[in-house]
Design a protein around this ligand. Structure first.
Ligand code: OVM
Length: 389
């Protein structure tokens, strides 16, 4: 699954994986894998049987040292997991985000106006560089409370982090040279003194003042925002823009009813699954669909494959705003389900609404280029032509 051929187009591999059985052994890596919705969903909601504390990447921290101090959210189990989760949840809740909504909508309109200025009826641009990356990088670091300098470190840091969940391959080697410097910058942004007093980061530190978490936990929880909050959203937006550029009738539907923006984003998260995979470990010997997964073995869960499992979805490969995408596992499922999903949806809603108002047509203006990552399904370049409404 981590070969460049599969990263370029994972769908044939995933279909073969699902058809091979509920659980498959990948001899090459000595791991198990699940590709069907039913079993992926069941494993994600069984944290006792398939915990995260041994890491959610390929290496097993019961036997190997983690490359960075583990995340207090992603890579822990109850009871340790629960206080950090309880602190972060209200900070990123739909209710808390109401304060950001107007500003983000205005920022999105501003960005779309800027990309459309100057040209005539149509503009050609790289929708990754100019929209999918620019918008999250404009609004999210401000919302966390980061300073101006060094924001260009966020995407390469996240890119390496998501590669590091996979095997120790060429993609990990490519990022290894800079990761010391990138980690040092990210860690420095998590200190109370570095954060502005009005962002998500400051709210996390206030939880330490109330003793809901310890002062040692606070910076690591801020680190989770910077780790999980940028690349994921960028590639979710990229997936959505690519889907729209290749499905003109769906773009028209969104233009007719911009209230579909959130459905459109969730359908894109289902269809493309920007986070393709996460591992768990078997707590005990466990039989899944008739196959024994031995205690302590790692098991790879294909969120992307579950989201296209024909056993669960009608016409799973079609991108369709008339379906109900809820229940997709693109944000995970169970107690680790993405705590930032409301932030991602708000970013998407703001950008898609601004685009739907001003852009009559979005179409490919060249061949898009994939960006290969061990965990993320991503575009590196997405040349599009926008026609003014
Ligand atoms: C974290 C973290 C890092 C990467 C991904 C993620 C998708 C979380 O540091 O907590 O969730």
């Amino acid at each position: 699954p981590f070969s460049h051929e599969v990263l370029e187009d994972p769908l044939p591999f995933q279909a073969a994986l699902r058809d091979a059985g509920p659980v498959v052994h990948l001899d090459r890596y000595g791991i198990y894998a699940m590709g069907r919705y039913e079993h992926v969903h069941a494993a994600l909601t069984n944290w006792q049987g398939f915990p995260s504390g041994a890491g959610v990447g390929m290496s097993n921290w019961r036997h190997e040292e983690p490359w960075r101090p583990p995340s207090l959210l992603l890579e822990t189990d109850p009871p340790h997991h629960d206080a950090p989760r309880a602190v972060l949840e209200p900070i990123l809740s739909p209710r808390a985000l109401r304060l950001l909504r107007e500003r983000w909508f205005a920022d999105a309109e501003d960005l779309v106006d800027t990309v459309l200025t100057g040209a005539g009826d149509t503009v050609e641009l790289d929708a990754m560089a100019e929209l999918a990356e620019t918008f999250p990088l404009r609004v999210f670091p401000d919302a966390v409370g980061l300073g101006r300098d060094g924001r260009e470190n966020l995407l390469p840091y996240g890119n390496h982090l998501f590669n590091a969940f996979g095997p120790d391959n060429d993609l990990v080697a490519q990022g290894a040279g800079r990761i010391g410097e990138l980690s040092a910058w990210v860690n420095a942004q998590c200190a109370r003194e570095t954060l502005s007093p009005d962002g998500f980061g400051a709210r996390i530190w206030e939880a330490a003042d109330r003793a809901d978490i310890t002062p040692e936990q606070a910076p690591l929880i801020v680190r989770s925002l910077l780790s999980a909050g940028v690349d994921t959203t960028v590639h979710g937006l990229g997936a959505c823009l690519h889907a729209m550029a290749t499905h003109p009738e769906q773009w028209q539907r969104l233009r007719d009813d911009p209230g579909l923006a959130r459905i459109a984003f969730d359908e894109a998260v289902r269809w493309e699954s920007p986070v393709q995979t996460f591992f768990r470990v078997a707590e005990d010997d466990i039989v899944v669909g008739g196959t024994l997964v031995p205690r302590d073995d790692k098991i790879l869960m294909f969120l992307g494959s579950a989201n296209r499992d024909p056993r669960r979805w009608e016409h799973p490969d079609s991108f369709d705003l008339s379906r109900d995408p809820s229940g997709h596992v693109g944000f995970g499922m169970g107690l680790h389900q993405c705590v930032g999903q409301h932030v991602a949806r708000l970013e998407a809603e703001a950008l898609l609404t601004a685009l739907a108002r001003r852009v009559g047509r979005i179409e490919l203006a060249g061949t898009p280029r994939r960006h290969h990552n061990n965990t993320m399904r991503a575009w590196g370049a997405l040349p599009v032509r926008l026609t003014r409404a």
